[in-house]
Design a protein around this ligand. Structure first.
Ligand SMILES: C[S@@+](CC[C@H](N)C(=O)[O-])C[C@H]1O[C@@H](n2cnc3c(N)ncnc32)[C@H](O)[C@@H]1O
Length: 418
């Protein structure tokens, strides 16, 4: 019988979904923190459940050729990254394999064309962070807890965000007195700071501090109210401009986002004649990029600030063949059931597309579907339903939108079977 706090000999044979090592002791699966394929040694068991156990390596006889020293000093505690101990080329292979496994095991697809994963910079790529604050502490949550790990640098966030993190640490030390809960910083073309606080009283000190210390702030909000500048920033994609409010979604990795959007447009064939639906459209980036080539586009989005941005973005970019609907896709799509639609592009959140929406999509009967997903498991589940109803999965292109973490993005092309 396996016992907690005991050590056992193990060999790691694979990685589970979140990147942890997988091994077997007798018939029990053991997930090993930061374990990599071919690691061999002793594991200390930290948790035992009915069907699996968890542990961490305490000594090695052999280390995986994938292993590297994590470059971030906070890595072992901070919950932000989970693959820094693995060489980047092997992180990419892990992600390709994770997609293949989900498509096979959940979707039942055995011979799908999965292209090589597309990637860009492996560090300093994030344009947005949300720092947790408690008293004088500022940082990210420890893995699987609500305890803060204090940081003064984050190697997956861009340089400007790192500069601001250092300044905010001083501010929190002097003024916080337990008021702030979290601080969101967003920076790529312009800088936005959004603070969630237990009260609204600190606003004048906050504005004075931030605008004195940090140049070019375009927007500061406190508890969802603008206290300095505008309630949006403007971002550029090629020669287009997009307004973006604090509560609107925007991809966190600009270089990979641009590659992903290019692939999405490339997948929409004979685009000039097409009527397109862009489901879960956010601030309308994909709708507007497609509109420049297509006959017309309708976007659906449930967050009001994002739809308001999307509508403004039409005027800013002189687009007149796009319409946006504010509402949940599962309800609003019913309005379009009788319309003729050539292509549906959809980019849902992690939980994927609900069954009712998939049924409506099948009724709408587009020639082509382009499915963008940040979760291979829900993607595979939804693709299975579409493939059981007249859609053929043509190919999948993975994107490393989130280097150093276990997360991966995909764009998938489906065609109606002839
Ligand atoms: C992954 S983001 C994609 C946004 C956009 N395609 C982009 O590239 O920026 C998903 C978007 O779906 C929206 N959303 C989530 N659930 C929704 C629902 N049930 N109906 C409509 N929009 C939804 C979110 O607010 C978010 O803007």
């Amino acid at each position: 019988m396996m016992e907690i706090n005991e050590k056992y000999k193990v060999k790691i044979t694979g990685q589970e979904n979140s990147g942890q090592g997988v091994s077997k002791i007798d018939d029990m699966i053991v997930f090993v923190e930061n374990g990599l394929p071919d690691d061999e040694g002793e594991v200390l068991i930290t948790e035992i459940k009915k069907n699996y156990a968890r542990g961490r390596m305490v000594s090695f006889n052999q280390t995986s050729s994938s292993k590297q020293e994590a470059p971030c000093p906070f890595y072992n505690e901070c919950g932000g990254c989970d693959l820094q101990h693995q060489l980047y080329k092997d992180q990419l292979a892990f992600k390709e394999d994770k997609i293949k496994t989900a498509l096979t095991r959940i979707g039942g697809f055995n011979n799908v064309l999965i292209n090589k994963i597309i990637f860009d910079e492996q560090f300093y790529y994030r344009n947005k962070v949300t720092l947790k604050v408690d008293g004088e502490q500022l940082g990210f949550y420890k893995r699987n807890t609500n305890e803060i790990v204090e940081i003064d640098n984050c190697i997956i966030s861009n340089e400007k965000i790192n500069e601001i993190i250092k300044m905010l640490k001083t501010f929190v030390r002097h003024y916080n007195k337990n008021n702030f809960k979290s601080i969101m910083i967003r920076y790529s073309d312009a800088l936005m700071i959004s603070v969630d606080s237990r009260n609204d009283k600190l606003s004048s000190e906050l504005v004075a501090f931030l605008i004195n210390k940090i140049s070019n702030i375009k927007s500061i909000s406190l508890n969802n109210k603008i206290i300095y500048g505008e309630n949006y920033i403007e971002e550029k994609i090629d020669n287009l401009t997009f307004k973006l409010s604090p509560t609107s979604f925007y991809q966190v990795n600009i270089n990979v986002m641009k590659k992903l959007y290019c692939k999405t447009i490339e997948y929409v064939t004979k685009i000039e004649n097409k009527t397109i639906l862009d489901l879960y459209c956010g601030i309308g980036t994909i709708s507007i990029l497609l509109a420049n080539h297509a006959k017309s586009v309708v976007g659906i989005e449930m967050v009001k600030s994002a739809v308001d941005n999307a509508i403004d973005n039409l005027a800013i970019n002189g687009i007149n063949n796009v319409m946006f609907i504010h509402g949940k896709v599962e309800k609003s799509l019913d309005l379009l059931e009788e319309e003729t639609v050539d292509t549906i592009v959809m980019d849902p959140p992690r939980n994927g597309v609900d069954k009712k929406t998939l049924d409506t999509i099948i009724k709408i009967n587009p020639q082509q579907i382009v499915y963008i997903s940040c979760n291979p498991a829900t993607l595979a589940r939804d693709l299975k339903i579409l493939s059981e109803h007249k859609y053929e999965l043509v190919e999948v292109t993975p994107f490393d939108m989130f280097p150093q973490t276990n997360h991966v993005e995909c764009v998938v092309l489906l065609y109606k079977k002839s």
